[in-house]
Design a protein around this ligand. Structure first.
Ligand code: NDP
Length: 257
């Protein structure tokens, strides 16, 4: 009976942006959250403090997901962290959110090193994170990958990045079939343009941007990190138990046609 057990979640890249909103929402739902970050330990600590202020429980773990050693360090850090905070090295919800987002990926002047890096962070790391954490992921657990609407909207300057998100959609569908027997679900939530710090800066620099974004959507506001965190929380909850292997578009209906 898992109802009496404290549920736990790892949200990669939750030092800021969408990951931070997801970490805060899952903590508000009662989970103990491992707040992972790449470089910005202070920002991760701020996420932990925001969660504590709201009455939740969280701790931070740093690891560079561009390297395999970093992935292994994250697996160890998460196991040790949950053992210390809950008495058991067990995980209920893994949210693969961290991504190399600003790396472009247009054919023009891209180097093989840049291409490899975006695939390492966005595809290889989640793959081996799942490999490392499956032994401690409880039956009935959840794996939620943060994808992107760029798998259906062709943006030339995000070619390699879009390919990584396509790979993650395939990972989602096939992995769902692999782990389903244990009642573990695997899904992708695919945001459209979402107002994290970089979009806020772009909107300040280009006043017409907000209208352009809204003009391309069915719904009339710029997507907020919380607009992504809420469907993630739904998939993570008991209510999401029958949904697996799928992609949920969370883009306010961007470019529906
Ligand atoms: P941000 O760029 O704001 O934050 C990225 C997060 O990932 C940070 O916490 C960062 O940690 C971490 N990260 C990046 N590189 C590494 C690395 N090498 N090793 C470890 N951690 C790393 O991301 P967003 O909130 O904008 O995006 C979150 C997810 O949503 C991504 O998967 C993205 O592809 C997707 N998405 C976002 C959209 C948007 O408009 N914002 C649209 C569609 C999809 P740190 O800063 O500590 O290094």
């Amino acid at each position: 009976n898992t109802t009496a057990t404290t549920r736990t979640a790892l949200v990669t890249g939750s030092s800021r942006g969408i990951g931070r909103a997801v970490a805060r929402r899952l903590a508000a739902d009662g989970m103990v959250v491992a707040v992972h970050y790449g470089r910005d330990a202070a920002a991760a600590q701020e996420t932990v403090e925001l969660i504590a202020r709201d009455g939740g429980r969280a701790f931070s773990v740093g690891a560079d997901l561009a390297t395999h050693d970093g992935v292994l360090a994250l697996v160890e850090g998460v196991r040790a962290g949950f053992a210390a905070h809950t008495g058991e090295a067990a995980l209920d919800v893994l949210v693969n959110n961290a991504a190399a987002t600003g790396s472009g990926g247009h054919l023009g002047d891209e180097t093989p090193e840049q291409f490899d890096r975006v695939f390492a962070v966005n595809v290889r790391a989640p793959y081996f994170l799942v490999q490392g954490l499956l032994p401690v992921l409880r039956d009935g657990g959840r794996i939620i990958n943060i994808g992107s609407a760029v798998t259906r909207i062709a943006l030339a300057d995000e070619l390699a990045y879009a390919m990584t998100k396509g790979a993650m959609e395939t990972f989602t569908r096939t992995l769902a079939n692999v782990v389903g027997e244990r009642r573990i679900t695997v899904n992708t939530v695919a945001p459209g343009p979402t107002q994290t710090a970089s979009l806020t800066a772009a909107m300040a620099a280009v006043p017409e941007l907000e209208g352009m974004l809204i003009g391309g959507q069915a719904l009339p506001w710029v997507g907020q990190p919380e607009d992504i965190a809420d469907p993630v929380a739904f998939l993570a909850s008991e209510d999401g138990r029958w949904i697996t292997g799928t992609v949920i578009d969370a883009s306010g209906g961007t470019y529906l046609g």
